[in-house]
Write a protein that binds this ligand. Sequence first.
Ligand SMILES: Nc1ncnc2c1ncn2[C@@H]1O[C@H](COP(=O)(O)OP(=O)(O)O)[C@@H](O)[C@H]1O
Ligand SMILES: N[C@@H](CC(=O)OP(=O)(O)O)C(=O)O
Length: 516
Amino acid sequence: MATAVRLAAAPRRLVPLVPPASAGHVRGQARFGTRTGPRGARGFSMVVADSTRRRTKEGDDGDGVLGAPVLGGPAAELGDQLSVVMKFGGSSVSSAARMEEVAGLILAFPEEHPVVVLSAMGKTTNLLLLAGEKAVGCGVIHVSEIEEWNTIKDLHIKTVDELGLPRSVIHDMLDELEQLLKGIAMMKELTLRTRDYLVSFGECMSTRIFAAYLNKIGVRAQQYDAFDIGFITTDDFGNADVLEATYPAVAKRLHGDWIRDPAIPVVTGFLGKGWKSGAVTTLGRGGSDLTATTIGKALGLREIQVWKDVDGVLTCDPNIYPHAKTVPYLTFEEATELAYFGAQVLHPQSMRPAREGDIPVRVKNSYNPKAPGTLITKQRDMDKVVLTSIVLKSNVTMLDIVSTRMLGQFGFLARELDNVVEELEKIAIVHLLQQRAIISLIGNVRRSSLILEKAFHVLRKSGVNVQMISQGASKVNMSLIVHDSEAKPCIKALHQAFFEDEDVLTQVEVENLLVG
Ligand SMILES: Nc1ncnc2c1ncn2[C@@H]1O[C@H](COP(=O)(O)OP(=O)(O)O)[C@@H](O)[C@H]1O
Ligand SMILES: N[C@@H](CC(=O)OP(=O)(O)O)C(=O)O
């Protein structure tokens, strides 16, 4: 749950990336093609285990399939450098057929030498969490009956079978996972640390399967567990931060191995190793995006690609309004605001390494690779930009504070919500308003008057009362707070007005005419 605060203190080298027509499905053989080209305070308004396990043995492909013939694939020769990161999310690798498609996509760019980052297959992370919660209360002898555990097991076994791989690729992992669930059942508790260890099995299995499959079709690949190759994090289980030491460590390991023996690295997304505990940590839900950008920066790669199940970053969440359109270009700042204010498509922290390393990020659709996707860079031409995307964050609690005694007071908001309210009530009248939603208008704040005029016109026509508005320090975000129940219709109405009505450009043109 997020919190919004209203203080009413009185007074208050870039080319389209499209696989060739020949790119596509592979089964048992590599195919090639050529690339067609290659928070916080805003003025007075505020919106506010054992990690060494499963180490890949030296000289092992990490997959149990050794010595497969090299048919081709991104044809690395000594001297060639790793060039891109290709991250595939859970939906992109949800089945054997999807893994074959993804292998086809990688092979469609033979001149690239990718580092592949994978998430867990499909909904495996959610299923692991549910299985863990059930294990707490079900008793050791009933662990084998937990529905989610059986779904996970069946999916992974089915996948290796369908890909023609030996079950030994994941056998030990599944065994270890069942032992862990029994341990949770025995202890009747699931700590944050154990939870991270539990969910790590998802990425550890998907990467082992995929690396084994690449090797089977003759493309040399090497599986890596991120926590074993230098992903050092804070010990904030469930939401760990990547520490600086990660960059040189990851670069040394991946680059060093590649130079000695060029095999496509297939790295677990989402996972790290706590610097104090040495235990497996996770980077927050959707954290594989951050793994990808961290590797991109560490190795100074040309581009970071995040392959999803949508045509790129869209003008709004397609689950809220299906007529969302692809946003072709974004800046790192826009993408960060979008993610931070609730767009599930990117991990909120993921743009930081890309921005620091000035490495373009491309969001692509693994189900529709010909779609151009979204290109995210440091800068873009904002001249014609009005609104870029509309983002919704629901279930927000708003604090409405009226006081004359708060000027010069700061720091109180950093504490817990209950404490904050208690503290504030000493000096102000506080209303805690729940079930609110933040609608963020990501766009060109230099056109804020135009955007807000249009937005308020739409909202007034829809009979919606805006309860707070925040612009503040961000150059790309204007936030409105409305009641939760009104938020989705608002998104739809705003989307229609900004992205489906023809008159927006005309307004820009009129404005340009007035200015120029
Ligand atoms: N503005 C947006 N643009 C694109 N997708 C969005 C947006 N807001 C929400 N989404 C959702 O994000 C999903 C993609 O993100 P995610 O599930 O994390 O991808 P993956 O697991 O493939 O990395 C889409 O399927 C879509 O439902
Ligand atoms: N599997 C993890 C990490 C991740 O990034 O997944 P995805 O790329 O499918 O959002 C999760 O579900 O959170």
